[in-house]
Ligand binder design. Structure first.
Ligand SMILES: [Zn+2]
Length: 81
């Protein structure tokens, strides 16, 4: 993929349309969830990947009620009860 200068206007609701060719190249589909962050003054969009709500790891995740926690945190919580 080559990098090109692209300009998109933000609408009255703060929405920006991602260029179709970029969406296709990156496999971004309607309904996908993206994380929005600011890094060094730059707006960064990245694919949302679940992480442990307690320690932030992405390994050994278990889902409970739509939230994720890793096995170590789940064990620590279970031991504390
Ligand atoms: Zn954890």
């Amino acid at each position: 993929m080559t990098t090109q200068d692209r300009t998109r206007r933000v609408d009255s609701l703060g929405r920006v349309v991602l260029p179709a060719d970029l969406r296709h190249a990156l496999g971004i589909r309607e309904g996908d969830v993206l994380d929005v962050a600011v890094n060094d003054g730059q707006l960064v969009l990245s694919r949302h990947e679940p992480k442990c709500v307690f320690c932030g790891t992405r390994d050994d995740l278990r889902e409970r009620s739509g939230r994720h926690a890793c096995g170590a945190c789940v064990s620590a919580l279970d031991a504390a009860q």
